[in-house]
Design a protein. Structure first.
Length: 175
């Protein structure tokens, strides 16, 4: 698959089979994250957590579903069944917050496109990290380094059903 194909093929998958992500694929996806450009080359401001512990995944999913119900008034099951989750954390120390958060997005997108290229489905998670930062036990359990906070997560796995990618557009002006 070439890069344009991987970009076009990527989509958010919210239902995964129990098939594990091969270790070699996970390594390649992490390497894609390491290859991302980072403002002021502050790679030390970032950290990636690989989460495969079933109990911890369940607690995060339950708490995220509960948060959605409480804050948005809609009942949404956030347990997509993924057995491998990644979380990207950052510190804003010595970096403009905008740059720190942009770094996370860029690392995440590199990993998501790499996963798509390897035939692995993904969805980016913005809600679950909000739960983790509010829970000291989860922060410790996930080994988030002191001074850092998780900003985005990624579910990795294989979709239960084949769905085509959606098409989107963003307004553009030319000056
Ligand atoms: C920063 C960010 C946070 C997101 N957070 C969530 C999330 O918490 N839960 C979820 O199901 N999808 C989440 N998404 C996925 C978007 O909803 C999805 O990308 C968008 O609806 C477009 O659909 P597509 O990815 O299938 O093209 C997030 C995406 C981004 C980029």
């Amino acid at each position: 698959m070439n890069t344009q194909e991987a970009i076009a093929k990527r989509k958010s998958t919210r239902s995964y089979t129990s098939a594990p992500v091969p270790e070699e694929a996970l390594t390649a996806i992490l390497q894609a994250g390491f290859a991302a450009p980072v403002a002021m080359a502050r790679y030390d401001s970032l950290h990636i957590t690989v989460l495969q512990n079933e109990d911890t995944i369940k607690r995060i999913n339950d708490a995220t579903s509960e948060m959605f119900s409480r804050r948005m008034g809609v009942k949404r099951n956030m347990d997509f069944g993924a057995r491998t989750l990644l979380f990207v954390s950052t510190t804003t120390e010595g970096l403009l917050p905008e740059m720190a958060y942009a770094n996370v997005g860029i690392v995440v997108e590199n990993m998501v496109i790499s996963a798509t290229d390897l035939g692995i489905d993904t969805v980016i998670l913005g809600g679950a990290p909000r739960i983790i930062v509010e829970d000291e036990t989860l922060m410790e359990e996930l080994g988030i380094p002191a001074g850092m906070k998780p900003v985005l997560g990624i579910c990795l796995g294989y979709a239960t059903t084949e769905e085509p990618p959606k098409t989107h557009s963003i307004t553009v002006n030319r000056v």
